[in-house]
Design a protein around this ligand. Structure first.
Ligand code: ADP
Ligand code: ADP
Length: 219
């Protein structure tokens, strides 16, 4: 479902983020991505979403070469992806519910249906009772669960979560991970980057990145 073929990414002469990375992730898999800060984890996710393009090599999603996608095709790719990236904060000027409805409204869903589906998505991450709250009233862990609801409301085939448990206490982190695992359990392919040793220790598959290079788990 996701394949990297000898992918390198160089942002500038000094900044090489990925070096000759080859890996594949099958449909329905749950894969953790481990590695220190600066290892290239965010870059790897951004290449799957065509936010960044490889300098050399190929990234395939469902067999389609992302590097060859025209501008018009990118929104269709992104609709297959539930993105929980570091820089995508919730909009603070509107309610939790309105944040979740937004991705549906921009793809043309009627308001009533958008609200219904947004509530269903919030329910799945255990946040339905905070639908009318403002994002800044929520704890970090609650905000992350809302971000997950926003990412999955369009029923993506793939979820990419970049350090979704960073800065969370154990209990909040576990709730966030449980929410992600529940979507994997119904067939959604998931890639989750984390530093969480406890999570990595019990993971069935971990891809290790270090200085942009694979250090295990790619096969
Ligand atoms: P991680 O997510 O594992 O912390 P990143 O993918 O964010 O790693 O970064 C990998 C390397 O690429 C780092 O050295 C970082 O400084 C560099 N980098 C990331 N984004 C950019 C960018 N937009 N411009 C230049 N260098 C970047
Ligand atoms: P609805 O059919 O009204 O959307 P569901 O209870 O079937 O209600 O699903 C609730 C929400 O879970 C969906 O709206 C969607 O946001 C989210 N979801 C995303 N991907 C999946 C999936 N593969 N299977 C089930 N639910 C998903």
């Amino acid at each position: 479902m996701i394949e990297f073929q000898s992918v390198s990414k160089q942002y500038s002469a000094e900044a090489v983020a990925l070096r000759d990375v080859s890996l594949s992730v099958a449909k329905g898999e749950l894969v953790y991505l481990a590695g220190p800060s600066g290892a290239g984890k965010s870059t790897l996710f951004k290449m799957i979403a065509a936010i960044e393009r490889p300098t050399t090599g190929k990234v395939l999603v469902n067999g389609e070469d992302i590097g060859k996608l025209g501008k018009a095709a990118v929104p269709f790719l992104r609709r297959k992806l539930g993105l929980i990236l570091q820089e995508q904060r919730l909009l603070t000027d509107r309610s939790v519910l309105a944040n979740i409805m937004l991705p549906l409204l921009v793809t043309g869903a009627p308001k009533r249906e958008a609200e219904q589906r947004a509530r269903a998505a919030l329910d799945k991450v255990g946040m339905l009772d905070r639908a009318n709250a403002a994002p800044l009233e929520l704890s970090g862990g609650e905000q992350q669960r809302v971000a997950i609801a926003r990412a999955i409301v369009n029923r993506p085939q793939i979820i990419l979560a970049d350090e979704p448990t960073a800065n969370l206490d154990r209990a909040s982190a576990d709730k966030v991970l449980d929410a992600l695992r529940a979507f994997n359990a119904v067939g959604v392919t998931c890639m989750i980057s984390t530093h969480d040793e406890q999570v990595l220790a019990s993971a069935s598959r971990v891809i290790h990145l270090d200085h942009g290079q694979l250090a295990g788990g790619a096969a």
